[in-house]
Design a protein around this ligand. Structure first.
Ligand code: FAD
Length: 286
């Protein structure tokens, strides 16, 4: 018989995890219940964190903090986030369908560590850091968090408590595009998030992160290096696409072949880059 524990505070949850390290955490359950449906009564234990109010908050301002239990729907519908970090809202709005978006959480999306997780690329280009709470509290850059499909740097006694990032500056713009087999209820065949910094009609800086084209959500550092500093009217887009295609390592699966993913990632990136440049400045007022 599986033990079920539903603490009402983070401190109770943290204390419980120190004593019961084989217990599985359940948030929205949209990944966990699918993965363990046949063996729920044989799990060593379940800790339901769904009652912990501290994990449900969104703090906006120069520094943004989003609690682990915030759902995709809450992110997608949040007016301040829509205005200042539209790429993140685009990611959240494209998760599954309405039922999944209303149950599935930010924390679950990251800890499940699917290479196709829709929140990972936009958060990675925002330079997000995840807060992990166990016997002590640590902050880990999202770029160092994923170790492979389903694998992260987390210790068994840790809870992902929040995600933090700085509000983008007025000369930055972002976009997230997802290629899937359908418009809803489809895991990404390939996805890309881009954030650009534009200065004096030049691409002063850019960050690119792709989903579903490598074992982990992947920063395309070499493509960033190639395009950084270029004039907006002389952007070497074709060379950028080729570099990006060389930098990814997609696999064949039911959603698409490796070759299809490589071909598709180039133009998907080009569209996201141009959209991000277009978005510079339009989201910052108010
Ligand atoms: C039909 C369907 C469609 C889907 N479509 C998409 C999609 O389009 N895009 C996409 O990205 N995902 C999709 N998903 C996957 C899933 O809905 C999301 O990843 C969701 O965000 C998971 O959150 P959750 O709260 O339900 O996680 P849970 O299932 O509760 O947990 C997932 C994992 O994370 C751990 N965990 C959860 N929260 C924490 C925490 N705070 N600290 C430590 N560990 C934690 C759990 O122990 C478990 O291992 C889909 C799932 C289904 C069933």
């Amino acid at each position: 018989m599986t033990t079920y524990f539903a603490p009402s505070t983070l401190s109770k949850a943290v204390a419980y995890m120190q004593e019961n390290q084989t217990t599985k955490i359940i948030a929205g359950g949209t990944d966990l219940l699918v993965a363990h449906y046949q063996e729920l009564d044989r799990l060593p234990g379940l800790m339901d964190i769904g009652n912990i109010a501290e994990l449900k908050t969104i703090t906006t301002g120069q520094e943004v903090e989003i609690g682990a239990l915030v759902t995709h729907e809450e992110i997608a519908d949040h007016p301040w986030l829509q205005q200042h970090v539209p790429a993140l809202c685009q990611g959240a709005a494209q998760v599954g369908g309405p039922q999944i978006r209303n149950r599935g959480t930010l924390g679950g999306n990251l800890v499940h560590a699917s290479p196709a997780a829709d929140l990972a690329p936009p958060l990675m280009v925002l330079g997000a850091v995840v807060e992990l709470t166990g016997s002590s509290q640590v902050q880990v850059p999202l770029e160092e968090f994923f170790k492979g499909p389903g694998k992260t740097v987390m210790e068994p006694n840790q809870i992902l408590t929040k995600v933090k990032f700085s509000k983008p500056a007025a000369n930055q713009g972002g976009a997230y595009l997802k290629l899937g087999k359908r418009k809803a209820m489809a895991i990404a065949t390939a996805s890309v998030a881009v954030i650009v910094t534009v200065d004096n009609n030049r691409l002063a800086d850019l960050r690119i992160c792709l989903g579903s084209v490598a074992p982990v959500p992947l920063r395309a550092h070499k493509t960033e290096d190639l395009l950084r500093g270029q004039r907006l009217d002389l952007l070497e887009l074709a060379a950028g696409e080729r570099q990006l295609q060389a930098e990814i390592s997609p696999i064949d699966d039911i959603r698409g072949s490796a070759e299809y993913r490589r071909q598709a990632a180039g133009p998907l990136f080009r569209r996201a880059l141009l959209q991000a440049i277009n978005n510079v400045g339009v989201t910052q007022h108010g």
